[in-house]
Design a protein around this ligand. Structure first.
Ligand code: 6R9
Length: 654
């Protein structure tokens, strides 16, 4: 991007600029300057204006116990009140809050009034079971109205929810229940996906028998597929029975702004997934600001974020942000390829979606589908309702960006390539749709107020044009508060001593354009893979592999993949002799299924290779960089003089 002539900038359409929340680059720069000149004032003014407080805060930011920052700490509010009651009170009771489209195409519309009543009934049910402020509730549900209701109901009574993605295994569910010491589990009999009804309750039941889940007193089960399921007397209740006789009114629990709204487990570079703990006030503030600044949300918008509530994107952009802004949103159960590859485009057409937010991996697979099957090409659909597009989860390659821009956005919709993380809670680097000239593949500039930078190993900022480590220099309201149960790991992972504990380490590499300062994310710098936009720790997959009785040792690396961004490649040493031919093929299947059961299908290695050993240095360290080259099929050009066993490389080539 260094030579202006070669860079193609895409500009937002005038009509959008005119009415945008952030209108033009001068407005963007003015916001950044406002934050620079008066950091606390910038956030404090917006926290007052955008949130309804039961008790106002007097202090914006408390840095006395850094890096355990506190925002708006003496203020009290309720997140569910801010998302529901106040919209009803503003006269939006009959406005559609969410449009649920099921796997089979069935559509249910829920108004703000109705959503509030549903949330209140379930909140009362939870209270009746003894769930109270500060208790943890694990939610293991497919995409559903009840999923949103359950999250909001927890928020209403001050219970801290922890969603476990419905595609995760019983073991993963068990680990999360145990770590959070949850008192209740909300699940469903099953889930619909691509025309199939899959069981869910049996997986939850199994998790509860694996040990460590004695804290669970209640299991609440949503009837979704109608499949027979085992209900344990005294422990299990149907969701509809629990809500049946409950009042539509439920006094919110007014909580401190710092009260943990949720924990969400995400992969780190070492050990078990970490429970990222978020706040109530600061989190909701930035969920709303992202909706307003990055998505320019207007009362007339129909907003569709295709993420699952199991990921942070589904928290900020389904459960909380859109509702707090009084928007109408789509909640989608199913897959983009069922009943055919035109599902997304038909839904945009049918529901007149105006803002569409999805992941590059979905776009790439739909490009392929459209190329192979012209009958579901986006040109077959009326997508003229769209005015803005978004991308999230991984870097978007310019070819996919351009296709998205042309074929979905009709060349008239800005694309906001939003960089953020489970830990950041909300957008941190993203174009402003009515201001920022876009360059495919770049997430462009920091969200107003976010002080992002690229530094070297010592924490010194590097010149533009030079790659380095992405950091954020000042705390921000929606940031992670701690790792549940492990404050030391929080400090070590995000505020390392290398930077004197003063910089937030995102875990990604980045480079800034020499002319514009635009950020391009160059990928993770730790042992975290990004497969189809899902974060997976290599260590997690390795531990799953070595838990198999036949496996002696395993090393997992990523390999670039056209469709999924990265693909998982596992190098495995068996306890027995190195298998070949049919025997190897059978063990590969067995190990793939094993990892699928241990963690979840998304963690299955695409490629498994067997060696009599792994390439190690004389001091016994696995040479991962070398494995990455082998995984890609590259010639090993690296210096292997420190390698103990060079003959092993031949065995590990693909
Ligand atoms: C929201 C979310 C975070 C990691 C992050 C980075 C990658 C996310 C990106 C992106 C390039 C973007 N990532 N958005 N990389 N451009 N627009 O995805 O959270 O699941 O925690 O993943 O995803 O590597 O560090 P999470």
């Amino acid at each position: 991007m260094s030579n202006e002539q070669q860079v193609h900038y895409y500009y937002p359409p005038e009509e959008l600029v005119k009415n945008a929340a952030v209108s033009g680059m001068d407005a963007y720069h003015a916001l950044c300057k406002e934050a620079e000149d008066d950091y606390e004032g910038f956030w404090g003014r917006r926290a007052k204006a955008l949130l309804d407080w039961k008790e106002p805060f007097t202090q914006v930011l408390d840095e006395s116990n850094a890096p355990f920052f506190k925002w708006f700490a003496d203020g009290k509010l309720n997140v569910s009140y801010n998302c529901l009651d106040r919209n009803v009170n503003k006269g939006l009771g009959d406005k559609v809050a969410l449009i649920f489209e099921a796997d089979n195409g069935e559509v249910t519309r829920v108004s703000y009034k109705d959503l509030l009543a549903r949330v209140n009934r379930f909140a009362n049910a939870l209270r009746g079971m003894g769930v109270k402020k500060g208790d943890r509730v694990v939610i293991y549900l497919p995409m559903s109205i009840e999923g949103v209701v359950a999250m909001q109901a927890c928020a209403r009574i001050g219970a801290t929810h922890s969603i476990v993605f419905g595609g995760f295994s019983s073991q993963a569910l068990r680990d999360r229940i145990e770590d959070a010491a949850a008192v209740a589990l909300i699940t469903s009999d099953g889930q619909h996906r691509g025309g199939k009804a899959l069981p869910l309750k049996p997986i939850a039941d199994e998790a509860l028998t694996l040990g460590g889940c004695d804290t669970i007193k209640n299991v609440i089960v949503v009837k979704r597929t109608g499949v027979d399921c085992n209900m344990v007397a005294g422990r299990d209740t149907w969701f509809h029975d629990a809500c049946a006789d409950q009042s539509d009114v439920c006094e919110p629990e007014w909580v401190e702004a710092e009260h943990p709204l949720f924990i969400l487990y995400t992969s780190g570079s070492t050990g078990k997934p970490k429970g990222v703990q978020h706040s109530s006030g600061g989190y909701l503030l930035q969920a709303m600001m992202s909706m307003q600044f990055s998505f320019d949300i207007k009362p007339s918008d129909v907003f569709w974020c295709t993420a699952d509530i199991g990921w942070v994107t589904g928290h900020t952009f389904i459960a909380y942000g859109p509702l707090a802004c009084g928007a109408t949103e789509i909640v989608f159960e199913g897959v983009p390829t069922y009943p055919d590859g035109g599902r997304f485009w038909r839904m945009i057409q049918d529901h007149k979606v105006t803002v569409f937010y999805t992941a590059p991996t979905a776009i790439r697979s739909l490009i392929k589908t459209a190329d192979n099957n012209p009958s579901v090409h986006p040109r077959q659909y009326d997508l003229s309702s769209l005015r803005l597009l978004g991308s999230v989860g991984e870097p978007i390659n310019p070819a996919a960006w351009e296709w998205y821009y042309e074929h979905i956005g009709g060349g008239r919709c800005p694309i906001v390539d939003t960089f953020w993380q489970t830990e950041t809670g909300a957008h941190v680097i993203t174009p402003m749709p009515g201001a920022t000239p876009m360059v495919p593949g770049s997430c462009t500039l920091p969200f107003p107020g976010i002080q992002a930078a690229v530094v070297d190993e010592t924490g010194t900022e590097v010149p533009w044009g030079q790659g380095g480590i992405l950091v954020i220099k000042r705390p921000w309201p929606a940031m992670i508060r701690t790792i549940w149960n492990d404050p030391e790991r929080f400090k070590k992972s995000y505020f390392p001593d290398d930077f004197q504990g003063k910089l937030y380490l995102a875990g990604d590499g980045a480079i800034r354009d020499v002319d514009t300062g635009y950020f391009t994310i160059t990928g993770r710098i730790d042992d975290v893979l990004n497969v189809s936009g899902h974060r997976m720790g290599t260590m997690e997959i390795e531990s799953a592999l070595v838990a198999h009785e036949k496996v002696a040792e395993a090393a997992v690396v990523g390999r670039p993949d056209d469709l999924t961004g990265e693909a998982i490649v596992a190098f495995v040493v068996l306890k027995g002799p190195r298998p070949t031919g049919d025997e190897a093929a059978a063990i590969i299947k067995e190990l793939q299924n094993w990892v699928g059961r241990e963690i979840g299908p998304i963690a299955k290695p695409k490629d498994i290779r067997f060696g009599e050993n792994l390439p190690k240095t004389r001091s016994g360290k696995i040479m991962r960089r070398l494995l990455r080259q082998l995984a890609k099929g590259d010639d090993v050009i690296q210096d292997i003089s420190t390698l103990e066993n060079p003959q092993i490389l031949e065995q590990l080539k693909g």
